[in-house]
Design a protein around this ligand. Structure first.
Ligand SMILES: NC(=O)c1ccc[n+]([C@@H]2O[C@H](COP(=O)([O-])OP(=O)(O)OC[C@H]3O[C@@H](n4cnc5c(N)ncnc54)[C@H](OP(=O)(O)O)[C@@H]3O)[C@@H](O)[C@H]2O)c1
Length: 302
């Protein structure tokens, strides 16, 4: 049965955290408007599941003003691309004018004013910008997603390699699906979390040697972590066509990672989202199809 008293806007709705949030809210009987960047198979799947579809660019105040009309609570999610401050400004203005009650903002664990990454500094500024509004506001600061693992996976002679610049730093990878539970819970009950800054982690901190060991056991092929320099990582990203903003961000995030900025764990996912977060082993098991063992393979991360 549709619960008509509230309408939730999910932006970045075809992205990793957006899809699951739309699905959860629909499953729980709520009305959902999904703001998608373009109409395609992903947006058609959301429409089929029952979401109302709005199409447009978060940096366009006209698009966002239309998208927030009648909305109770919104998830604001913008990718690692230039334009986060513009998108947040458009949202803050449009949501305030429309009387939106609450927002959950996607930020990241490295968001701070002194961050070397332009994107991380912009995330911090966007958080502060949302804090100036009258909306009930919660900020999510995840560590690196578990979805990174298949994206940086490289296969040579039937063996997997993780060539990453993370030294012996550690983090507790967090699956996007677990974050969707947190986002849905915060949208449904925003009052207790007004102005909260919530770091999100998986259940166990690991270095990439331990992550490679888990992948070896779970995928049934040897997987090796090969630490590389930040410079080598930046050159590899540029050679593979990644845009300069993302290369700048990920290079500086790697330095932060080595310095422990992405480390830690807590019970935020289970306490707020209501289910324990997936371990790396569970994630890899559930995503075996994403790990192509057939040949040389390397996809730049998003
Ligand atoms: N990945 C990580 O390890 C990690 C860690 C911590 C925090 N984060 C944060 O997570 C956020 C990304 O979340 P995510 O991974 O769930 O999203 P995502 O998978 O990167 O997807 C981004 C979504 O935004 C849409 N989009 C792109 N440009 C847009 C625009 N101008 N206007 C409206 N929509 C636009 C994309 O649509 P199209 O695909 O059609 O363009 C896509 O649906 C970033 O802010 C990042 O800082 C990520």
């Amino acid at each position: 049965m549709i619960n008509n008293d509230r309408l939730f806007l999910i932006t970045g709705a075809t992205g990793k955290t957006g899809v699951g949030t739309v699905e959860l809210l629909l499953e729980r009987g709520h009305r959902v408007r999904a703001l998608v960047h373009r109409e395609d198979e992903r947006s058609r799947a959301l429409a089929k599941a029952g979401a109302e579809i709005a199409v447009g660019d978060l940096r366009d105040v006209g698009t966002v003003s239309e998208a927030v009309r009648g909305v109770t609570g919104a998830y604001l999610c913008y990718p690692i691309l230039p334009g986060l401050i513009e998108a947040t400004t458009c949202f803050a203005k449009a949501a305030t004018d429309a009387g939106v009650r609450s927002v959950v903002g996607m930020s990241q664990i490295s968001a701070r004013p002194e961050a070397g990454s332009d994107a991380a500094r912009q995330h911090w500024m966007s958080e502060r910008l949302l804090d100036t509004t009258d909306l009930l506001t919660a900020h999510l600061r995840p560590t690196f997603f578990a979805e990174w693992l298949p994206l940086w996976w490289e296969v040579r002679d039937g063996e997997g390699h993780l060539r990453l610049p993370f030294g012996e730093g550690r983090h507790a990878p967090i699956a996007a699906a677990d974050q969707s539970y947190v986002i849905a819970a915060l949208l449904l009950d925003p009052e207790p979390y007004d102005r909260a800054v919530l770091t999100l982690h998986g259940p166990a901190e690991m270095d990439h040697y331990a992550i490679a060991d888990v992948m070896t056991r779970t995928l049934g092929v040897p997987v090796h972590y090969e630490p590389i320099s930040v410079e080598e990582f930046a050159s590899a990203m540029a050679a593979r066509g990644m845009d300069a903003h993302r290369v700048q961000h990920l290079s500086n995030a790697a330095v932060d990672y080595r310095n422990g900025v992405f480390s830690g764990t807590n019970d935020n996912v289970e306490r707020i989202g209501g289910r324990p977060p997936l371990s790396v082993e569970q994630f890899v098991n559930e995503h075996k199809h994403d790990f192509d063992t057939s040949g040389p393979h390397y996809v730049p991360a998003s």
